[in-house]
Structures are given as structure tokens and as C-alpha cells.
Write a protein that binds this ligand. Structure first.
Ligand SMILES: Cc1cc2nc3c(=O)[nH]c(=O)nc-3n(C[C@H](O)[C@H](O)[C@H](O)COP(=O)(O)O)c2cc1C
Length: 440
């Protein structure tokens, strides 16, 4: 029997959860946004379930509806992960760091220091950033895609070169002889490209996993080439098995084109969860969380289904005439699923509570439904795993860990324990120190 190898990461955002309204639930401390203790607690809950990593997206731009909702991001992802590193022992620690708005030397230094601090558990989600709102915070306009990706290719190579600039055997710290390090084994990188440059070296020794693991998130052709060359894990979005399978195949092809083995790149798709004992209780939980958004979402649901829906009749299902006339919008990949839910006879309020307009497929129901979804996608070759966004971190991570994980383990899909101590061990990412010399 081969080892079960479904990869599962946990999304950690603003301290509350992925759903609007999470911060207002009576059992949630409304100050979690600014509480590093809360972030540590949430990561500890994910680690209890043996999840491979926590993932902290970043890209400080628009804060959105600040009158009603918390910003989506962490105060500072690296400081949060530093706290989490000290409060956990095994789980991988992955954060986004923009190649467009950071100097490679700073990225190299911060992620490697985190890797040392966490004993080899750091991962860098290297993205180019895509919003003018983010660029404005750096006093800039967003560069074109070729410029952003040109810089990203150089930046990742340079960061990896800096990571390798301290020889693996250089640090002797021999008190008897008085030799601290072998100076000849620590060399400048002296790399200069069209976009970035650094002399180096970076004065940080290897971590337990050598250096951090590279992640990427994005789906454009340029993103595909970047991930194909450098990424071990792609954080993805897909609403159907067919779409996920096509994306996974495209990333695997890109890795092969770069001279790597396709299995060296793993595609993990997003999954949002509201886990409760039964469908009705789960829907009621979602309604309590998100009902404030329903007027806007109902207007959008009309476009997805191509029929007029009456906001005064939220308690009613679609009429037989409406169902006969409804057509899923080809412009939104979520529309066919929304129509299927409507055909099951749910009220308009319950259709919306199923999360048919969320950022990822959503499980609203008992744990076994999440396990079934994950098994089906995994066994269809659509994904290597998932990154999970619970509705409310304070109890939604526990619901996933106590409900879904044991089912996946029982079915032989998910490991019983971590394979080793580093993120590379957990994911089966091959050893690498410095740049990857195989890249074409
Ligand atoms: C699942 C997912 C997660 C992402 N996370 C981030 C993030 O944390 N920070 C960020 O700046 N961009 C993030 N992005 C945006 C991508 O990096 C990329 O900029 C975007 O997909 C636009 O692609 P393009 O620049 O290749 O056109 C994410 C994208 C996806 C699909």
C-alpha cells in the first residue's frame, strides 16, 4: 500500500474566518484581528489535525467595507508566522511575499530567518501582486504583466541564490579552535539582471530543510511558466473537477517543460467549509453569518440563473416557471451548481446560504460531505489536495479537524501523522539548496 498523500493546508486570514460576519458571532472575540495569540491558537488547531501547512495570503490593498467588516489580511504575515512558529512544532508556515513590491534581499532574509526559527517549516508564496490598490501603497502604478513576471523570475532565482550563499557546511562554531565559520564557504552571489540585483552573501546558515519551499498562486500563462520553473505547490481556485484537472495538467506540463518531474509540482484547490451536524443547522449558521450580504447576492444570482428573483420572497423556492426558464450563465463557472441547488427546491435564502456565490466550492453540511467532495476530486486526478477556508476559525477549524480528518484517514486518503519534521518532509519536496541547476 502506498502512503496516502492528499495535501491539506489551512487558510489563515484576518483572525475571524472566511465569512463576513464571523467577527460578530457571540463566541468569537471581536479583537482577534489584532491578537497574535488568536492566530497561534488557530494554527495549533490545524496542527492537531496534522495539516501540512497554514497559508497566510497577503497583498495589502483595499480594505473593503471597513464600516462593517475587518480587512481580509493579517496585520503582518511574517510577524504572525514568527509567533506561530514559536507556538507550534510541526505544521508548515506559508506566507505570500510579493516579488513586485519587495527587494529580493529582504525576502531572502525574512523567509530564511523564519525557516531557521521554525526548524525548517517555512514556505514562500511568491506572487507578482495584481492590484493597483496594492501598488498605490508603495507609491507606484502596477507594472505590466511581462515586467512583473520578468522581475519575478529574476527575484526568485536571486532569493534562492542568496539562500545558498552560505555553504551548507560553513558554520562550524568551534569554541575550541575559535573558528566561527569557514569564510571560503560563504560567497557573494553578485547577480544582476534587468530588474533586480544583489551582491550578497546572505549571512544565514541552512535550516533543517535547507531553505524554504516555493509556492505560487495565479493562473495566467505567465504565472504558469513561473510556477513550472520554481513552485513546489500551487495554491489554486477551481469550481469544477474538469477545470481543476485541466489546471493541474497545465502546471504539470509547465514543470516538465522547465526540466522538472511533473510530480514535483502539487496543485491544491480552495475549499470553504461550514461544518455542522446536518445540512439545516449548517445553513442556519451560514445565514447568521452572511445574511447581510443577501440583497446584493440575490441581484447577482439573477444574472447567474437568467431569471428575475423577488427579494420580498426570500422564503420561497423558485417557481416551476422560473426553474423551466433558468439557464446557467456561461460567464460564471458557479452558475450550473447554483441551478442544481435551486432545482433541489431550496428557498432563495437557503440557495444563497449554500455559498453558491463564494470564492471556492463550499461545503455547508455534515463533515462526511466535505470528505466525499475531497475524495472525489482527489481520486479524479483533479487535485493533489486542498487549502481549506473555514467559515469561523474559532470553532470551524476544530469542526474540520474533528469531523473531516478522521473520515479521510479512515478512507486511507490522509496521513495519520507528519512524515518528518520539515515542510519539505511533509510535502515530499526534493532537497534543494541554492538555485535549481536543472532549470532550462
Ligand atoms: C488562490 C489564489 C491566491 C492568491 N493569493 C494572493 C496573495 O496572497 N497575494 C497577492 O498579491 N496575490 C494573490 N493572488 C493573485 C495572483 O498572484 C495573481 O496576481 C493573480 O492571479 C493575477 O494573475 P496575473 O498577474 O498572472 O494576471 C492569488 C491568486 C490566487 C488564484
Amino acid at each position: 500500500m502506498s502512503q496516502p498523500n492528499m495535501v491539506i493546508g489551512m487558510h489563515l486570514g484576518n483572525g475571524y474566518g472566511s465569512q463576513p460576519g464571523a467577527w460578530r458571532m457571540p463566541w468569537v472575540d471581536p479583537r482577534n484581528y489584532a491578537s497574535f495569540d488568536a492566530k497561534v491558537r488557530h494554527a495549533q488547531a490545524a496542527e492537531r489535525g496534522k495539516l501540512h501547512f497554514v497559508f497566510l495570503p497577503d497583498g495589502p490593498g483595499h480594505v473593503g467595507d471597513i464600516e462593517n467588516e475587518a480587512p481580509h489580511f493579517n496585520l503582518d504575515v511574517m510577524l504572525t508566522l514568527a509567533a506561530v512558529a514559536r507556538g507550534t512544532g510541526r505544521i508548515g508556515l506559508v506566507a505570500t511575499g510579493s516579488t513586485t513590491f519587495n527587494e529580493p534581499y529582504n525576502l531572502a532574509r525574512q523567509f530564511k530567518a523564519l525557516d531557521i526559527m521554525s526548524h525548517g517549516r517555512a514556505g514562500w508564496n511568491a506572487v507578482t501582486s495584481s492590484g493597483e490598490d496594492v501598488a498605490a501603497n508603495y507609491g507606484r502604478r502596477l507594472p505590466s504583466s511581462p515586467e512583473r513576471y520578468g522581475r519575478a523570475h529574476e527575484a526568485i532565482q536571486l532569493v534562492q541564490a542568496l539562500w545558498g550563499s552560505w555553504g551548507q557546511d560553513a558554520w562550524v562554531h568551534d569554541q575550541a579552535s575559535g573558528q566561527f565559520a569557514k569564510g571560503k564557504r560563504i560567497a557573494p552571489v553578485n547577480l544582476g539582471g534587468k530588474f533586480v540585483a544583489s551582491r550578497g552573501p546572505l549571512y544565514i546558515p541552512p535550516s533543517e530543510q535547507g531553505q524554504p519551499v516555493i509556492f505560487h498562486a495565479g493562473g495566467s500563462p505567465n504565472a504558469l511558466e513561473l510556477a513550472g520553473r520554481f513552485a513546489s505547490v500551487v495554491i489554486g481556485v477551481a469550481f469544477t473537477i474538469d477545470d481543476a484537472r485541466a489546471q493541474r495538467a497545465a502546471f504539470r506540463d509547465a514543470a516538465a517543460r522547465a526540466g522538472r518531474h511533473p510530480d514535483e509540482i502539487k496543485f491544491v484547490a480552495g475549499l470553504m467549509t461550514t461544518i455542522a451536524g446536518d445540512r439545516r443547522s449548517a445553513l442556519d449558521r451560514r445565514i447568521a453569518l452572511t445574511e447581510r450580504t443577501f440583497p446584493d447576492r440575490l441581484a447577482y444570482l439573477q444574472q447567474m440563473l437568467g431569471v428575475r428573483l423577488d427579494p420580498a420572497r426570500l422564503d420561497q423556492p423558485l417557481s416551476p416557471d422560473q426553474l423551466a426558464a433558468a439557464r446557467p450563465s456561461p460567464r460564471d463557472p458557479r452558475s450550473a451548481h447554483a441551478l442544481n441547488i435551486a432545482r433541489e427546491g431550496w428557498s432563495l435564502r437557503d440557495i444563497l446560504a449554500h455559498g453558491v456565490i463564494d470564492y471556492h466550492p463550499v461545503i455547508v453540511g455534515p463533515a462526511v460531505e466535505a470528505a466525499d467532495h475531497m475524495q472525489e476530486w482527489f481520486e479524479s486526478g483533479a487535485v493533489d489536495g486542498f487549502w481549506v477556508s473555514p467559515d469561523i476559525y474559532d470553532d470551524g477549524i476544530d469542526a474540520f479537524v474533528d469531523g473531516v480528518i478522521p473520515i479521510l484517514q479512515e478512507r486511507g486518503l490522509f496521513h495519520e501523522d507528519y512524515a518528518g519534521s520539515t515542510l519539505r518532509d511533509h510535502l515530499g519536496v526534493p532537497a534543494q539548496y541554492g538555485v535549481d541547476h536543472r532549470l532550462r
